[in-house]
Ligand binder design. Sequence first.
Ligand code: GLU
Length: 303
Amino acid sequence: MDYQALLEQIAQDVSQLIGSGRTAEYIPALAKVDPRRFGMAVADIDGNVYGVGDWQRPFSTQSITKVFALALALASGGDSLWKHVGREPSGNPFNSLVQLEYENGIPRNPFINAGALVVTDRLQSLTGDASSELLDFLRQESGNPDLAFDPQVAESESTHGDRNAALAHFMASYGNITNPVPTLLDHYFWQCAIEMSCADLALAARFLARHGLRADGSRLLTRSEAKQINAVMLTCGTYDAAGEFAHRVGLPGKSGVGGGIVAVVPGRCTLCVWSPGLDRRGNSVAGVAALDRFTTLTGLSVF
Ligand code: GLU
């Protein structure tokens, strides 16, 4: 397949939508990003990467890192994770508190903020330094040793992090958080503040298209665990619009409020698109449209 020509065609097709939507205003450091940016990259399972637009420009990965933290927590801690977090869509906004009380402090899935806090807490217990483990892993899988945290974004999140602090304390009251909440929040905010480009993310997510195999050929996850992560991405990866995303795109995907979305074609390739203007659910407007065009033009979806 001529991925390069395809990406150029997609960029052309969605050009009218670039700049639509709003940047994430609740994190001031993200609100300032130029909404007219657009980049898209495809990495095939052998590690060849193709891109268009701002595909090499780093942006704030935000919730996309939840996928990688989940993979590391499963790889090092195994299935017992699922006693602490579910795998059903929540039907609520990503930072909602309401369901947690009805469900005794067990978050619905690992991609809402409450669930991601549980995953990071477990990763912290398993490794002693969750955010550095995650950064190291992303550097290795992307082949980019320069990946880094953005301290300004981490600081901005921490200053405006009352909602995440409330979620963490609430779950701690049910015994579902092990580490001190301030330590956990630090690691969670650093995790969200990792900067990567579309090329970096498409390469780093390849283990999901390679049924659990890392870039160096070693095994991170069993085939079954890789399937499980892809399944949770499909059902819960794009906020409270995962049904709409499955309908339009038909691929496992994970979005972040920085405007990035990673998507996986198992056995074939990984994609990452970035454009900071978000719809009211928190997904990139031009990003979803670009992935929609990709699966429509190629027929490459899981359905
Ligand atoms: N750091 C953001 C938060 O915790 C991540 C949100 C997101 O990208 O969904 O609110």
